[in-house]
Design a protein. Structure first.
Lengths: 169, 85
């Protein structure tokens, strides 16, 4: 994207990378109808999982990412789950308003992003941090087959590369 | 993670739901919490299970029982898992 100026670079991180086992976590997982505590490992026990970290619900990057995932039909191919700092109530609204065929983890305290080393401290929103936009394609052993973490703010996933990783599963 | 037999459909801060939680805890029963929508018209998951849109509701796979109404649930738990059971 050529804006004629430099977008904000995010600092280097030692984030979870390809070949590593993704840290497990348990958080409320929101469906169109209810939410309950679910561990990531419960999902990977059933098969590969695409874990999508995104901006808080309502921010345009969250809308763009879910519109793209919906239009590309990833959820027909593989289990896709999102994660943001938004509350379960906001997740339910996002699922409904964007026609999302995926479940969303709610992590208001941003602890998962800390464990994955992908924290994005939000300038101008005191006391709030959220995950950097990031996508991890995990196999059934929770080993990362593909990782993308934003290095600029804002930045969007390389959807074609994620799709190739899904096809290689 | 273990998969408890009892699933409790609940609404955050609903006193009737908390009453059931207290009873489950008193009987030392493991349960899975599923939180639903405050908007009555959006509670389809509970409607499908119990025929009503009220919470709390429980599904007990141990006995095959599905029921709502906190007083009924507390009585059921007492009769099924209480000391006299």
């Amino acid at each position: 994207m050529d804006l004629g100026f430099d977008v904000v670079d995010l600092p280097e991180t030692d984030h979870v990378a390809e070949g590593e086992r993704a840290p497990d976590f348990e958080r409320p997982l929101v469906t169109a109808e209810y939410w309950e505590d679910v561990a990531l490992s419960e999902l990977t026990d059933e098969g590969p999982v695409v874990l999508v970290f995104h901006s808080m619900d309502g921010a345009f990057p969250a809308t763009y990412v879910w519109n793209e995932i919906r239009d590309r039909g990833w959820t027909d191919e593989v289990t896709v789950v999102g994660l943001s700092i938004s509350s379960p109530y906001e997740h339910k609204d996002l699922i409904e308003s964007r026609g999302i065929d995926a479940r969303l983890f709610s992590d208001p305290a941003n602890g998962v992003a800390e464990r994955y080393d992908i924290v994005n401290d939000l300038d101008g929103m005191a006391g709030i941090s959220e995950p950097r936009p990031a996508v991890f394609v995990l196999d059934a052993d929770r080993v990362v087959q593909y990782a993308w973490v934003a290095g600029e703010w804002p930045e969007f996933p390389d959807y074609d590369a994620v799709e190739a990783a899904i096809e290689d599963l | 993670m273990s998969d408890p037999d009892i699933t409790l459909y609940r609404l955050q801060a609903c006193p009737f739901c908390e009453r059931v939680v207290r009873s489950l805890d008193e009987h030392g029963l493991a349960y899975r919490s599923r939180f639903i929508e405050p908007m009555h018209s959006d509670r389809n998951v509970v409607k499908r299970l119990t025929g009503k849109r009220t919470v709390p509701a429980i599904v007990d796979e141990n006995t095959g029982v599905t029921m709502s109404e906190s007083a009924n649930i507390v009585e059921y738990l007492e009769n099924t898992y209480g000391e006299g059971a």
